[in-house]
Design a protein around this ligand. Structure first.
Ligand code: FE2
Length: 268
């Protein structure tokens, strides 16, 4: 019983048409819904990415897509072919090899900081690669906060997440394949030293069962944190200033362990 994945991410844009040109024309994400005020993409079968038209200044979000390690080089080639500008580290390189994997960063038209990442330990053949970049799942969403320690304790108590890379100013809070990057606002985003401001966004986690949702509700009630029931039987709560949803989804519960993700083992 746990959070298994990011099922939905809703961001804002000052141009739905511009978003379409980037995510559909350049990245090839299929469109599942489109109107003057909103566009919804389906990067993988288990995940939708939405953009709402905004009439206000936006702070950029950070998100990372996981691809198979064997597909990483091809994904980078494709970004280049499509004219996507890869961001540079201070020494000029664009691809980072961090030992257990590789990543590249780029931005959309609103400045949202995107990343394609692969890990050598992620097993292939567990989740189907989707689209032209072979995306397996949305791995990361960035959550800049004032107090990383307080926010991660709250997420552990309420949402039963696991923690990895635990520092005072940075922590991964992990539910299945979903890595919430808890980062201090004082810590800048790699590789361009981008100020980490909290983006306006709605993040929906897929969970494995209604029993897990009941457990979350009990934990919220014990802490006297108000939440709303969502139409789909899920719930919605604001934590650390972030709008979070949870809903039961059909993601294979055993996938995180089969993928070999470090925090997916039984008893962890
Ligand atoms: Fe990242």
């Amino acid at each position: 019983m746990m959070i298994t994945h990011y099922s939905k991410l809703e961001l804002y844009t000052v141009s739905v048409a511009g978003v379409k040109q980037f995510y559909h024309d350049q990245l090839g994400f299929p469109i599942v819904h489109e109107s003057e005020s909103e566009i919804v993409f389906q990067p993988t079968v288990h995940f939708t990415l939405s953009f709402w038209q905004a009439a206000e200044a936006l702070t950029p979000a950070h998100l990372a897509f996981e691809v198979a390690h064997s597909a990483f080089d091809q994904a980078v080639d494709r970004l280049r072919e499509r004219g996507v500008t890869l961001l540079k580290w201070p020494d000029g390189r664009t691809i980072d090899d961090f030992g257990t994997g590789q990543n590249v960063y780029f931005r959309d038209g609103d400045g949202h900081l995107l990343e394609i990442i692969s890990h050598t330990y992620v097993q292939e053949g567990v989740l189907p690669p989707s689209g032209e970049f072979g995306i397996l799942y949305l791995r990361e969403v960035g959550f800049p906060v004032d107090d990383v320690i307080a926010f991660r304790e709250r997420l552990v108590q309420l949402l039963a997440v696991k923690l990895d890379k635990v520092y005072d100013n940075f922590t991964f809070a992990i539910g299945g394949t979903a890595h919430a990057v808890l980062a201090s606002k004082e810590r800048k985003w790699f590789p361009i030293g981008m100020t980490a401001l909290p983006p306006k966004m709605h993040v929906t986690f897929g969970v494995s069962s209604a029993d897990f949702l009941a457990q979350v509700r009990t934990a919220l009630e014990a802490k006297e944190i108000r939440y709303k029931k969502a139409e789909n039987g899920g719930l919605h709560v604001t934590l650390g200033g972030y709008s979070l949803g949870m809903q039961v989804a059909s993601f294979p519960e055993e996938a995180p362990a089969l993928l070999g993700l470090p925090c997916s083992g039984k008893g962890m």
